[in-house]
Design a protein around this ligand. Structure first.
Ligand code: PEP
Ligand code: MG
Length: 758
């Protein structure tokens, strides 16, 4: 056997040495490949060694062989998924069989003459996480290939990947994509996280590191480079943990957890060292272990472990960047003028690291776990597409792309016709936007005289400029968790006070409703400990955290009371489920006001304390709750998900239930009635308030205070100014008891028939 354990990995080392000589020889790529298969067969004591490379159309073509009939070279072709070789390519995993012909996938090709070979070992040739070919060895005997042989062949496959990547064997244009749609436009779907349309060039948030040299000249020097890169990575991650400014922190907690899991994992480091000792460079050693881990974890279906695998990929990339001495994210690189940012996931601070002027859209493979980034993106008026499966493997840096988030799709490398349609669509939008701007100073009053207050939802100081630009009346929802999320430590009372004071000063005499910290669920703070939950949306989040950690809530309320000295202060508590919870929170607020009074601190001119209606149970407690609150604000995003038991972040359910359904409209109607009776101001601040058709229904139901993303103010105002409420109210009266599922089509017809601008 070629592997002599004890004195190290002399086997792969000796193959690698010979392969390096071939690679350095002045030969054409095909001649090099022919030589390589000869060396592998000899070193691995195999009668056959064959290399298949991926060509356009998902076809694997035999490019070189030692042992099979030469005439089969460039003749034998297998579809990805066909035969053993196709199976390896389809699943990107090795296959070792003592009796290959007995395997159900064995596909016999008479031209190869392979019927005499029984045992088979094949591994994928991977580059940048994609399969670009397969290398296989075969023996006449029923040989049981061991783990070490599999590993040796995987190491060799890396060298083959390098050879293939040279572009001489297969034109790179042919195989740019694993799905074989080379250079053709590609339409991919995702989930709309923020609507809009944009075009630009793809920029990968974590640039890929391409490793050029695989075989080491000096193993000791490579081990030394590894140690240096490791310590560089450790201190960079320590800085990240310690960093507190908006610009340099906010890394998602799971990446930091992965850092702990892997960066200090002796097994991981040991395997990288072993790979280097087998003759690879430090980069190749890291890649080699990455491919190995990928293969071992490729069957994992558990979403938690799947996420950890992705974290591990991030860490590997980070390590490669340290070895290459390159920047960590694209934010610090030279960027094109029209960036469509492509990421697996993105923290809010990471998004804010980019120059806003250059950003056109954001596309992520994930999306729901980091949906706070879409809240930021919404504030920045950027279209966001989430849950675009495997987008990173379908796109090349600087590919032109069109992001049509309104229709939850992206077109990669669009053709001329699509580009033309895009330009026309952008032109229409620009015209519409200009019309909204001209309406900015006009009041939002219906044709029959109902004044509707239009407010914006914000989370960052930078968002406040939208107030003037949009002509909104005020801020209906200040998501105070956003400033917490873009930091890496808890802000203390002084910092919070300064921040809230700046907000109030900027607002002048316009109202702003501060919502207390609404974290947990999908909005995690990297510096706060959470237990893993099966149902985070229904878990330990929002006011529940505030009441379990009263010091947190107390500090925030103290900061708000102090900041609002001389101003009016509007505060509301999110996700109240019981009157008792509101009482508890209100008591903390009152204590803080009392404390300030006792200490002689200046107090707010006036204050109003409200609750958010997000949990259906509260609807049946309104008669007790309303006398206690100064206002009520419906958080329809959460209310809808709890009302229909339908996860708001689950794309499979996104179209299933409609807020414009009789039960939901009836529920909202009963809330309006109760508030009118109790004379308690009512608002609604979920996403629905920003969609003209839904907003029309809400006004018909009786809402006169809507809060929405800034970009929605124009379209909603245009709807309001074209609406007569009285006939709509009458019409809605006939729909509440209707057995139908959604009233959307009926309401659309109503709008059309009555000339309402939706
Ligand atoms: C809501 O749930 O409707 C809401 C406004 O709060 P958030 O979207 O921040 O959960
Ligand atoms: Mg909510």
């Amino acid at each position: 056997m070629i592997l002599e354990r004890g004195g190290g990995w002399s086997g792969p080392r000796s193959i690698l040495k010979r392969l390096r000589d071939v690679m350095a020889a002045p030969l054409g790529a095909q001649d090099q490949l022919d030589e390589v298969v000869r060396i592998i067969a000899a070193e691995m004591v195999a009668e056959v060694c064959s290399v298949y490379l991926l060509r356009a159309g998902d076809v694997l073509e035999l490019f070189a062989t030692q042992g099979l009939n030469r005439e089969a070279v460039h003749v034998t072709r297998l579809q990805v998924g066909e035969g053993l070789v196709g199976d390896i390519a389809a699943h990107a995993r090795p296959l070792a069989l003592a009796d290959a012909q007995a395997h159900p996938l064995f596909a016999y090709r008479p031209e190869t003459g392979e019927e005499i070979y029984h045992s088979f070992l094949g591994v994928p040739i991977l580059r940048g996480g994609r399969v670009i070919g397969v290398v296989a060895v075969q023996n006449c005997s029923r040989r049981h290939y061991g783990e070490e042989e599999v590993e040796t062949l995987q190491t060799v496959a890396m060298v083959l990947a390098e050879l293939a990547a040279g572009g001489e064997l297969v034109d790179p244009a042919e195989t740019r994509l694993t799905d074989g749609i080379a250079l053709l436009p590609l339409r991919v779907e995702g989930v709309r996280l923020n609507g809009g349309l944009a075009a630009g060039r793809a920029v990968l948030h974590n640039p890929r590191v391409v490793v050029h040299q695989l075989v080491a000249e000096d193993t000791e020097a490579e081990l030394h480079r590894l140690a240096e890169a490791l310590s560089g990575m450790h201190s960079a991650l320590d800085d990240l943990l310690a960093g507190s400014d908006l610009g340099d922190g906010g890394e998602p907690r799971d990446i930091l957890e992965a850092y702990r899991m892997f960066a200090e994992d002796r097994g991981w480091l040991r395997r990288i060292r072993e790979a280097i000792e087998s003759g690879l460079t430090a980069e190749a050693g890291v890649l080699r272990v990455q491919e190995d881990t990928r293969a071992r974890m490729s069957h994992v279906t558990d979403p938690y472990l799947h996420d950890r695998l992705l974290d591990f990929e991030d860490l590997t990339n980070r390590m490669l960047q340290h070895l290459a001495g390159e920047e960590a994210t694209a934010a610090s690189m030279e960027l094109p003028e029209d960036v469509v940012l492509i990421a697996r996931s993105l923290g809010p601070a990471e998004l804010l690291d980019y120059e806003r002027r250059k950003l056109r859209a954001v596309v992520m493979e994930e999306g729901s776990a980091t949906s706070h980034v879409s809240i930021i993106a919404r504030a920045l008026d950027l279209p966001v597409l989430g849950r675009v499966k495997d987008v990173l493997s379908k796109i090349e840096p600087l590919d032109p792309v069109i992001v049509d988030a309104d229709n939850a799709q992206m077109i990669i490398r669009p053709g001329d016709d699509v580009q033309q349609a895009f330009r026309e669509s952008m032109h229409t939008r620009a015209e519409r936007k200009a019309a909204y701007v001209s309406m900015r100073d006009l009041p939002a009053v219906t044709r029959d005289g109902t004044r509707v207050s239009l407010n914006i939802n914000v989370g960052l100081l930078a968002d406040l400029h939208h107030l003037r630009a949009s002509g909104a009346d005020g801020v209906g929802l200040y998501r105070t968790e956003i400033p917490f999320m873009v930091r890496s430590t808890f802000p203390d009372v002084e910092e919070q006070t300064r921040f809230y004071h700046r907000v109030l000063r900027r607002m002048g005499d316009r109202p702003v409703v501060f919502r207390t910290l609404d974290v947990g669920g999908d909005k995690l703070l990297s510096y706060m400990r959470y237990a893993r939950e099966d149902n985070p949306a229904m878990g330990w989040r929002s006011i529940r955290i505030g009441l379990d950690h009263p010091s947190l809530l107390r500090q925030q309320l103290r900061a708000l009371v102090r900041a609002a000295a001389g101003f009016r202060l509007d505060v509301m508590f999110p996700m109240i489920s019981e009157v008792a919870e509101f009482d508890e929170a209100r008591e903390i607020f009152d204590l803080e006001v009392e404390r300030a009074r006792r200490r002689g601190e200046p107090l707010p001119e006036e204050f109003r304390v409200g609750a958010m209606l997000e949990v259906p149970a509260l609807v049946w407690q309104l008669d007790m709750l309303l006398p206690r609150v100064d206002f009520l604000s419906v958080g329809s995003n959460d209310l809808l998900q709890f009302f229909f038991a339908s996860d708001r972040a689950n794309p499979n359910l996104s179209e299933r239930y409609d807020i414009l359904s009789p039960p939901m409209l009836s529920l909202l109607r009963s809330v309006v009635d109760a508030c009118e009776k109790a004379d308690v101001p009512l608002a609604i601040c979920g996403e629905v308030a920003g969609r003209p058709l839904e907003a029309m229904a809400l006004v018909g139901v009786g809402f006169t205070n809507l809060s929405m993303a800034p970009s929605s103010i124009g379209p909603v105002k245009s709807m309001v100014r074209s609406l007569d409420v009285a006939p709509l109210r009458e019409y809605l009266g006939t729909l509440y008891g209707s057995p139908g599922r959604s009233m959307r089509a009926k309401l659309k017809s109503f709008a059309r028939d009555h000339g309402v601008a939706i």
